[in-house]
Write a protein that binds this ligand. Structure first.
Ligand SMILES: Nc1ncnc2c1ncn2[C@@H]1O[C@H](COP(=O)(O)OP(=O)(O)O)[C@@H](O)[C@H]1O
Ligand SMILES: [Mg+2]
Length: 382
């Protein structure tokens, strides 16, 4: 068999390099001897080594001993077909902890024995996934909420009215029962009311807000009530630019988060809630299916040292009706996710034993510098 020599296309090499370097996923080529013959820029930063350094070593020098990636490479060489493997753990002192990746390994047919590996870092994928799930969850509650409002509240007010009428004509013993009917219908009405906020799709007024004023306001509410005995401290970045948001909704978000933190802490004497803010311009998320990269530099966190979120709850935490509390509605975090999503941000939770963090990431308001005083003071009256 004769190989046809292909004439090099002018600039093709530069162009392919530029394309590979533009990809935000680490891409490497492992040759038939196991050497890393090519690495794009993202791969250099992923492995913490230059392409030249990578090229002098066997791939096994860079990944944990016995990693399934080595077996995958073998498989692909043998079968000459691409494979995907999800959630492969590449954590090592070299690559860092929590390096969960999805792998795409494909043979390079023109160079027998060589394979291309594309890494997709899982934490990013999870963030995007989770965010899309939250939005879907919030949407599904939206329909349910408006249905409930119509179909349940009207009959309930009839039931309540009838019980109140009865109350006037029954003996004391039975009056306890009519009271029970009234109390329980009230409870359902208030649940439906709480759900109604989900069906409210009206655009909300937004202003540039000083988040610290919002947090201090929520802290004052908490200290006056449910968190009376819990220490709440804060660690604010004073130079944080304003966030473009609806004040009432943000108050609701942090009230829900701080209330959950206080409930998790319970009566513990050493319970503590910490509020932190930070500016992290480096956080950029790719939006699946688009070329868009969103930057969410404003970070607001609520930390607590309660017992943590049960690990089986974590994947569903922001879904509606997820609760571990006897009197919980499970709507608090679903509402948080809906509001933050509506503001173009995301919310996520990290929870380890006695260290739980709810992290809200928000876009910076356009055209407002950190020292833009006027709109800051306008939006904050708390
Ligand atoms: N800071 C936290 N620490 C531990 N668990 C939490 C925390 N925040 C939320 N959770 C868990 O998430 C569940 C859902 O919270 P939420 O949506 O606010 O509903 P609810 O508070 O009505 O239960 C809670 O029942 C609890 O199990
Ligand atoms: Mg709650």
């Amino acid at each position: 068999m004769t190989e046809k020599a292909t004439a090099p296309v002018e600039g093709a090499n530069d162009l392919s390099m530029a394309v590979l370097n533009a990809i935000q996923n680490p891409v490497i080529l492992v040759d038939e001897n196991g050497f890393v013959a090519f690495a794009n820029w993202e791969a250099e930063s992923f492995f913490g080594a230059s392409a030249n350094h990578l090229a002098r070593h066997d791939i096994s020098a860079f990944i944990p001993f016995g990693s399934p990636l080595l077996t995958l490479i073998e498989q692909v060489r043998e079968r000459r077909a691409a494979v995907n493997e999800y959630r492969v753990d590449l954590s090592s002192p070299r690559l860092g902890a929590d390096k969960l990746v999805d792998l795409y390994v494909a043979p390079v047919l023109s160079q027998p024995g060589s394979v291309v590996i594309v890494f997709q870092e899982r934490s990013m994928a999870d963030k995007i996934d989770r965010q899309l799930t939250h939005r879907a969850a919030a949407r599904s509650v939206t329909g349910l909420a408006s249905m409930l409002a119509h179909e349940i509240k009207n009959p309930l007010s009839g039931i309540r009215g009838a019980a109140q009428l009865l109350e006037t004509s029954v003996n004391d013993e039975d009056r306890a029962l009519t009271r029970l009917i009234c109390d329980e219908t009230d409870r359902i009405v208030s649940l439906v009311d709480r759900m109604e906020v989900f069906s409210d799709e009206r655009p909300v007024d937004r202003l540039p807000l000083n988040i610290h004023a919002v947090l201090d306001h929520v802290k004052a509410i908490a200290k006056a009530g449910f968190a009376r005995r819990i220490r709440i401290s804060e660690h604010y970045d004073p130079s944080l630019p304003p966030v473009f948001a609806n004040r009432d909704q943000l108050v609701q978000v942090f009230l829900n988060l701080i209330k959950n933190a206080a409930e998790a802490i319970g009566d513990r004497a050493d319970g503590e809630i910490l509020l932190t803010t930070a500016y992290r311009p480096g956080i950029r998320l790719s939006v699946a299916g688009t070329r868009e990269k969103i930057s969410l530099p404003l970070e607001f966190c609520v930390h607590d040292n309660g017992p943590g979120v049960p690990s089986d709850l974590l994947p569903h935490l922001f879904d509606p009706f997820i609760t571990t509390k006897t009197n919980g509605s499970g709507l608090g975090l679903a509402l948080v996710a809906k509001i933050i999503g509506g503001h173009g941000g995301i919310v996520e939770c990290d929870s380890q034993h006695s260290r739980t963090t709810f992290r809200v990431l928000m876009p910076a308001s356009k055209g407002l510098a950190a020292d833009d005083e006027t709109p800051m003071t306008k939006g904050t009256n708390g």
